[in-house]
Design a protein around this ligand. Structure first.
Ligand SMILES: NC(=O)c1ccc[n+]([C@@H]2O[C@H](COP(=O)([O-])OP(=O)(O)OC[C@H]3O[C@@H](n4cnc5c(N)ncnc54)[C@H](O)[C@@H]3O)[C@@H](O)[C@H]2O)c1
Length: 252
């Protein structure tokens, strides 16, 4: 088991990719702290019924106090945090549109959750990792800012900021032996993607797959291996990287 004796905090773990990361990391032996504005009961019970260890915490990443409460709950329950997966984001219900017609309130909310939320979780959890002199922060970005996704400038900019945070934090936290990496998935078949793309779903997925080297739609399970790798000691000398899980759409 690649994550035996490790403790992982996953934000946005009530459903979709966050839940899949939580369950996959638990199968590799990690104790899981699942945080979300939604109820994480299903995630926690799925992990416990497979004999894993899990704690569900009500979390709003936009609030530092809420992130601090998550860090405190993780410490009380499991005594340490080895991996933080910053996965929570506004994505599914966002209204796309031409850049000059996006709703200003939506723009602000996206920055509050997708950008400030990652900063908040890092400020709450990194102090614990510092005392341990080890830790892996995994920031979930997207292919959107790398490829240049049109009609979703707010979302794309927020995920570009996540890559910028990954670079700066990797430089800043290396001296504490804390690694910081990002994962940039292309469109994955989740409830969120169905909600985001709506009636354009089938057409959009076809277009996306046609631009890939591996021409099929990305599934949730295609991502879990990368998350486990970054949380595990197998990636112990990897930091500041953005791993694109996109079936070979863009190359560095
Ligand atoms: N699905 C894709 O195609 C895709 C592609 C690239 C990147 N991503 C990214 O992957 C992540 C998960 O995507 P998903 O498809 O599972 O989306 P999703 O909408 O199903 O999941 C997001 C989760 O975050 C939670 N959340 C939202 N705001 C929150 C807040 N303020 N505090 C705490 N939790 C909050 C939601 O309740 C939800 O459970 C997101 O960061 C998304 O941007 C997704």
């Amino acid at each position: 088991m690649l994550l035996k004796n490790k403790v992982a905090v996953i934000t946005g773990a009530a459903r979709g990719l966050g839940r899949a990361y939580a369950e996959a990391m638990a199968r590799e032996g990690a104790a899981i702290v699942a945080g979300d504005v939604r109820d994480c009961a299903d995630t926690v019970s799925a992990i416990r019924s497979a004999n894993g260890r899990a704690l569900g915490v009500s979390l709003d990443v936009a609030s530092f106090a809420s992130c601090q409460a998550l860090a405190d709950a993780a410490t009380r329950e499991f005594g340490r945090v080895d991996a933080l997966v910053n996965n929570a984001a506004l994505y599914a219900n966002l209204k796309g549109g031409r850049f000059d017609q996006l709703d200003e309130g939506q723009w602000d909310r996206v920055m509050q959750v997708n950008v400030k939320g990652v900063w908040n979780c890092c400020r709450a959890i990194v102090p614990l990792m510092r005392t341990q002199k080890s830790g892996s922060v995994i920031n979930i970005s997207s292919l959107a800012p790398i490829y240049g996704m049109p009609y979703a400038l707010d979302y794309s900019v927020s995920k570009g900021a996540v890559i910028a945070m990954t670079h700066s934090l990797a430089r800043e936290l290396g001296r504490d032996w804390i690694r910081v990496n990002a994962v940039a998935p292309s469109a994955v078949m989740t409830e969120g993607t169905r909600e985001f793309l709506g009636v354009k779903l089938e057409k959009a997925l076809q277009v996306i797959a046609s631009g890939q080297s591996l021409q099929r739609t990305l599934e949730t399970d295609d991502l879990t291996g990368t998350i486990i790798y970054l949380a595990s000691d197998a990636s112990r000398f990897v930091t500041g990287q953005t791993i694109m899980v996109d079936g070979g759409t863009v190359f560095l």
